[in-house]
Design a protein around this ligand. Structure first.
Ligand SMILES: [Zn+2]
Length: 180
């Protein structure tokens, strides 16, 4: 595992913890316990994390390239380039999980989960090149997710992802603020 996790934002780092297995028990995910320092772009920070499954503790170093000026913003990344730490399969998995959360709740909570799901789908769609219906091989970072694609290519059809996104509120734009 690389020493420094290159996130676009603290929000992306939190999603990364949710989709990253624990090297002690092989399960995970990780809970964020604390982070030192202020959310400053390009400034490496240390996060203390605990495995939800086996309670192992570890430290993770991460850097966030951008930070939304509003700390409560659910936005993940202001740029068109796809994530370097969460692949297309994991973004789709996060979106389905958030849609499930939204379905279990109602009112503003449910809406917030839908917005988050919409942002995750937008991240997944960033991996598709031009008019391609399928994501390229580089959109899968591990053997496990590559196998998911080989076994269920239809789950990754771009139109299918777009149709799902169309049922959700549009992803909010990156909030305006002072230039980084
Ligand atoms: Zn564990």
């Amino acid at each position: 595992m690389s020493d420094l996790v290159k996130a676009r934002s603290s929000n992306e780092f939190r999603y990364y913890l949710l989709v990253t297995g624990c090297e002690v028990c092989g399960v995970g995910p990780w809970d964020l316990v604390s982070v030192d320092g202020q959310p400053t772009p390009h400034q490496p920070r240390c996060a203390q994390v605990t495995c939800q499954h086996c309670k192992a503790n570890r430290e993770m170093k991460f850097v966030s390239e951008f930070e939304p000026p509003d700390p409560d913003s659910p936005c993940i990344s202001p740029i068109d380039q796809p994530s370097e730490i969460i692949d297309v399969d994991l973004w789709l998995g996060l979106a389905y999980w958030l849609i499930g959360q939204a379905d279990r709740e109602s009112g503003p909570e449910s809406h917030q989960h839908q917005i988050r799901a919409s942002l995750c789908l937008a991240e997944a769609l960033k991996f598709y090149n031009e008019d391609d219906e399928a994501p390229p091989a580089e959109a899968f970072f591990t053997e496990l997710t590559t196998r998911a694609f080989t076994e269920h290519p239809q789950s990754f059809a771009r139109q299918r992802v777009r149709d799902l996104a169309a049922k959700l509120p549009p992803p909010p734009p990156w909030p305006p603020g002072p230039a980084d």
